[in-house]
Design a protein around this ligand. Structure first.
Ligand code: PLP
Length: 257
């Protein structure tokens, strides 16, 4: 059985973070492993408290997994701060991790900062060079490039800029562009437009986590990057179409529909 490791934060509400990642891996029949970077007290209404995990415990989780088994893909989500970023980068390098999907998680939909703003530079310096693919949403792509993104042309320019920063490929998620909700994939040689319909659902908690984990699951199964991104887009579309009205706030996407 293929394996995938998520290095991310825990969402007690089960809709995002580690919990969404493991559910996604299971839906793809890939065996899920996890290295927890932070514990959040969270539900569908928001994030109420965060406790970061000590860097040495994060490193120990990653090291003991690589020592024991072959890991076919890695997804990185919430990484909180500079120290944690450096720790993850060193651990992935010493374990020769491949098929790394980096979701540059910065802020939750409810507005909680999951990455300290001063850590963005370290994320670019330490983790971009290890990433096979980066999966920013529009806000994250704007933050990384310093460029405003208003339409798919702007997304292509931003994708080129991000690629020049050292990632092998990037897919910018345009779900928030209501007029044309297209995702733009760029691997340094060609662009791929992943078109989707705008799904009018309030229950979209954990969509970013789910999408990046679905890419990692497909890479673990040996699919090419364009195939993985295309299949992950289909998966997240179905997961949102079947999203769950659980809780009083923004409900989660559905993994087994
Ligand atoms: N909580 C954790 C631990 C996460 O990793 C993420 C996103 O990556 C979120 C919350 C944010 O989820 P959303 O913005 O989809 O509500």
């Amino acid at each position: 059985m293929k394996t995938a490791l998520t290095i991310a934060g825990s969402d007690s509400g089960g809709g995002a973070g580690i919990q969404a990642d493991l559910k996604t891996f299971a839906a793809f029949q890939v065996f899920g492993l996890s290295a927890i970077t932070a514990i959040t007290a969270q539900n569908t209404m928001g994030v109420f408290a965060v406790q970061e995990v000590k860097p040495e415990i994060i490193a120990a989780q990653i090291d003991c997994l690589f020592e024991d088994m072959d890991i076919d893909a890695v997804k990185i989500g919430m990484v909180s701060d500079t120290e944690i970023i450096k720790t993850i980068s060193a651990a992935l390098k010493r374990n020769n991790a491949g098929n790394v999907v980096l979701d540059p998680v910065m802020i939750s939909k409810s507005g909680y900062k999951l990455l300290k703003p001063e850590a963005i530079e370290e994320l670019i310096r330490s983790l971009f060079p290890l990433a096979g693919v980066l999966t920013p949403n529009l806000v994250e792509a704007e933050e990384i490039t310093g460029q405003k993104i208003k339409n798919p042309d702007d997304m292509q320019t931003a994708a080129e800029k991000i690629h020049a920063m050292g990632v092998k490929a990037v897919v910018i998620k345009g779900g928030h562009l209501k007029s044309s909700p297209v995702d733009v994939f760029y691997d340094g040689s060609s662009f791929l437009s992943l078109r989707g319909e705008f799904i009018n659902s309030k229950n979209t908690h954990g969509t970013g986590c789910t999408f990046s984990s679905a890419i990692a699951a497909c890479l673990a199964q040996g699919k090419s990057l364009p195939e993985a991104v295309t299949e992950a887009k289909e998966y997240i579309t179905g997961a949102i179409q079947n999203s769950l009205d659980i809780g009083k706030g923004v409900g989660p996407t559905h993994h087994f529909y």
